[in-house]
Write a protein that binds this ligand. Structure first.
Ligand code: SF4
Length: 330
């Protein structure tokens, strides 16, 4: 299923990706048949509520799989290379951090308090990049400049830095080995609004200056749309809508996307804020048919039985998986 029309060979192609975890209550299908393409230099936002499988998708792309992984299948092709055919050792040596890196959720808390932050960035270069200490020091200072931190930050300890500065360190570490793709997992969620805006501006600048592609994972579709060329909406382990940001934001087709957008607070608007009723399902026992049907105001009989719906053209170039689209065109 080609869910995003690429011009030529995409940088990243994901097909029918599945990731499940073994749990006492049964296998948790965190990522269940996800497919998309991403071109070089582009940003794809993956949005959805907590528990929709977004972080699991990122961990699958970086092959950072928990011990209780019970299923990891599908195709991941990066720059024409079949990543799933690589051994764990080859993936670690050739792909992780060198070609795909990640800024983790809560990355600001992952800095080691007893080491200077410059040394922690340098560690990425010496341990994974095989660089001499002198070359790594030089590159670290270049990276600090790239994320707009003063050179003297090199010799400071994490407790001496603000949350925004620590997040810039996490971004510098992720950029250290010149990856072609960077995964950003809720990278601003721990920051206050003003600092969040500064970090978003940093991402925009890095995108235009370095041309690095990114996957921006967020529960906040408004924030994600600030950076994304494409948006993919994820619900209960599956993508339900994907397309160019302007199509998704301008004319969302899937009822879940519509609800996410209606829940965004707007200045100068009398339209009441909407909330999505209910909660995302337990992924060890998801609903039959369309997984959104228990929360969907448009659910029909077939939604409870038939499924999952294949993607069909929705609005503009976007694709959505919803039986309602058949009703509209019939
Ligand atoms: Fe709602 Fe049915 Fe569409 Fe699912 S397939 S989102 S239940 S209308």
């Amino acid at each position: 299923m080609n869910v995003q029309q690429s011009h030529g060979q995409p940088l990243l192609s994901v097909r029918d990706l599945r990731l499940s975890y073994a749990a006492d209550r049964g296998d948790v299908r965190a990522v269940d048949g996800v497919s998309f393409d991403l071109e070089a230099g582009q940003t794809l936002a993956i949005v959805g509520e907590s528990g929709s499988g977004k972080t699991s998708l990122a961990l699958a792309l970086l092959r950072l799989l928990p011990r209780n992984t019970s299923q990891f299948e599908g195709q991941i092709t990066l720059n024409g290379m079949d990543c799933m055919a690589l051994s764990d050792g080859d993936f670690r040596d050739r792909v992780r951090w060198r070609q795909i890196s990640m800024v983790f959720q809560g990355a600001t808390e992952s800095l080691n308090p007893i080491y200077k932050v410059g040394h922690q960035v340098r560690e990425v270069l010496t341990a994974r990049g095989d660089q001499s200490r002198q070359a790594a020091d030089e590159r670290t200072r270049e990276l600090l400049d790239m994320v707009r931190l003063p050179t003297e930050t090199f010799n400071r300890y994490p407790h001496e830095l603000s949350g925004g500065m620590k997040q810039r360190i996490a971004v510098a570490s992720a950029l250290a080995l010149n990856p072609t793709l960077i995964l950003l997992d809720e990278p601003t969620s721990a920051l206050d609004v003003g600092v969040q805006a500064q970090i978003m501006n940093l991402f925009k600048r890095l995108k235009s200056n370095l041309g690095v592609a990114s996957i921006f994972i967020s529960h906040d579709i408004a924030l994600a749309s600030d950076l994304a060329d494409y948006i993919a909406v994820m619900y209960a382990g599956r993508l339900v809508e994907i397309g160019p940001s302007e199509d998704i934001l301008g004319a969302p087709s899937h009822p879940y996307t519509q609800k996410l957008l209606a829940a965004i607070p707007r200045l100068r608007s009398d339209t009441p804020l909407e909330f999505i009723p209910g909660a995302p399902p337990d992924l060890s026992d998801p609903p039959t048919g369309c997984r959104f049907h228990p929360r969907c105001e448009f659910a029909m009989d077939r939604c409870r039985v038939d499924g999952p719906r294949e993607f069909v053209t929705a609005s503009g170039q976007s694709l959505a998986a919803c039986w309602l689209l058949d009703e509209r065109t019939s």
